[in-house]
Design a protein around this ligand. Structure first.
Ligand code: AMP
Ligand code: ZN
Length: 110
């Protein structure tokens, strides 16, 4: 898919207005529009990478940064102690619908 057609590239480029809960040079964090839990955040690299199967050698640092940022966001959202889940959906069979790498953070259950 061309990055022109990619909904997360449009969010990153602010063509689709979305509130960022966190942003730095390499990634953004925003709420999932269709939450699976009381807290459901998406952590999205600014660079268009199609998914986990498409990360090139030398690009894996972004995965560490996504996970570290997720840990910090869990604390910021006060679900670090109660607990949370982090996951990547990979390809259609794994539930991936948006083909721009993203890490899900869900939590906040009673
Ligand atoms: P996945 O199934 O892993 O590809 O996850 C894609 C996620 O993106 C889904 O949970 C959608 O609810 C979410 N999503 C799609 N469009 C938007 C949007 N415009 N803003 C926020 N989240 C979105
Ligand atoms: Zn993209």
């Amino acid at each position: 898919m061309a990055t022109d057609d990619c909904i997360f590239c449009k969010i990153v480029n602010r063509e689709i207005p979305t509130e960022f809960l966190y942003e730095n040079d390499r990634l953004v964090v925003f709420k999932d529009i269709n939450p699976l839990a009381p807290i459901h955040l998406l952590l999205v690299p600014k660079e268009h990478i199609r998914g986990i199967n498409d990360i090139a050698d030398g690009e894996w640092d972004i995965v560490t940064e996504l996970v570290m940022t997720a840990k910090d966001m869990a604390a910021k959202m006060s679900v670090d102690k109660s607990g949370y889940r982090l996951f990547f959906n990979v390809e259609k069979g794994g539930g991936q619908e948006v083909f721009h790498l993203h890490l899900h953070l869900i939590g906040g259950w009673e």
